[in-house]
Design a protein around this ligand. Sequence first.
Ligand code: GLU
Length: 483
Amino acid sequence: MKMRTRLAPSPTGEIHVGSIRTLLYDYALAKQSEGELVLRIEDTDQSRYVEGSVERMLKVIKDYGLKWDEGPEVGGPYQPYFQSQRLDIYKKYALELVEKGNAYYCFCDEDRLNKVREGQKEMGGVTKYDRFCLNLSKEDVEENLKKGKPYVIRMKVPSDVDIEVEDMVLGKLTFPSNDLDDQVLIKSDGFPTYHLAVVVDDHLMKITHVLRGREWLPSTPKHVLLYEFFGWEKPKFIHLPLLRETDSTKKLSKRTGSVSALGFLEEGYLPEALLNFMMFLGWNPGTEREVYSLDDFVKDFSIEKIQKSEMAAFDRQKLLWFNGLYIRNLPLEDLWNRVVKWHEEYSEKLNLKNSTDARNLKILEIVRERMKKLSEFNDITFYFFEEPKIDKKTAEKFSGDSKKAHEIIDNFIEVYKNIPSEKWNVPDLDAISHEKLAEFSYKPKEAFMTIRYITTGCESTPPLFDVLGLLGKEETLKRLKKF
Ligand code: GLU
């Protein structure tokens, strides 16, 4: 059976990383069944609209390597895919419910609603609309409308029934209708609420499977009621675990790191690594396998293996591990292009003074083992492009005193001066340096750490002779002499 799934983000800010997880599962179901993935923009809350967020959302989804079959930019048979352009549709369906007796006009103003709420709070009960307008006569309604009195349309929740929500992962869940408010369906500004719009659109757009985070579960009984009022077949519901920090039961927090999908790209994570990591936030193949390409995931993903748990731990260390893995496994030129692109897009330009493409690739080759994020390239390679700053005290600490440090450097200046340029390569540098080390009776650490620090300004670098090989004879000698 072809599955039609959808992601329905609201443009109220940056798209959350959890939405990419949901989208990934939507994508897999649609692809594996040769169905379609719909992207619908739920922009019905005008007060929370954030300028530019739709454009950023679309770009981020594409930057993650995912795409939608219907929606903004690509169109489709059920357009428009922006809810703000579908107001007449929602109004028509809301009126149908009024007609059927499943919804009613409400003319209560904010003042009255507040008073009712306050009263209920004082009594210690739940705060719900008190149904003041439920039994207005047709004539009263007509008259109020004619007078232009502001109104909302509310759904009429039946009393004393159990509403059953069938979730494909969680099973059958029951919600007492008395806990539900007479939910507003059409607001006084003429816009629908999420609840009406989501049900109408999922129906009209022939969505077969609704995947969304658990935070939406309390809304689902309202949706079930609406489907029943309309006499429509319900889609299958699948509520996914919420994401939490590993050391807490609370949801992802900005204090710990990125939360938005864009934030992780800005931090220097590769989209493939992020997707691979997120595949496991609510799903598990039940095997030891951890590394999945998107195509393989599409093949293996199944609803039966979605986890029932309420939350999934978002292990940032594990994400870093995945990223390092993907950085190490990308073809070198590919990785180089990513490094360049990342710097162009999210950071200052790469520092590539006096460097050639071939040299850049070699530099990348020797540092990639140490790179966990694209953003780290500049920091761990700067000394190839500019002279490092040297702190005298640090330079002297490896050999114990200033005299010894200078003696070591003087001796190695002589050694390196005498290496002909054509022998300035890693194996020869390595062999000659070790031979001379023995001759001078230096300990490896005191000599090589001093040289490393003076030529790079760092105490930790790729293997020293890889570094000197790339730095070149002239530059190496220049830095040693300067010290
Ligand atoms: N507009 C909702 C959101 O912002 C959609 C929730 C749903 O998938 O039903 O996530």
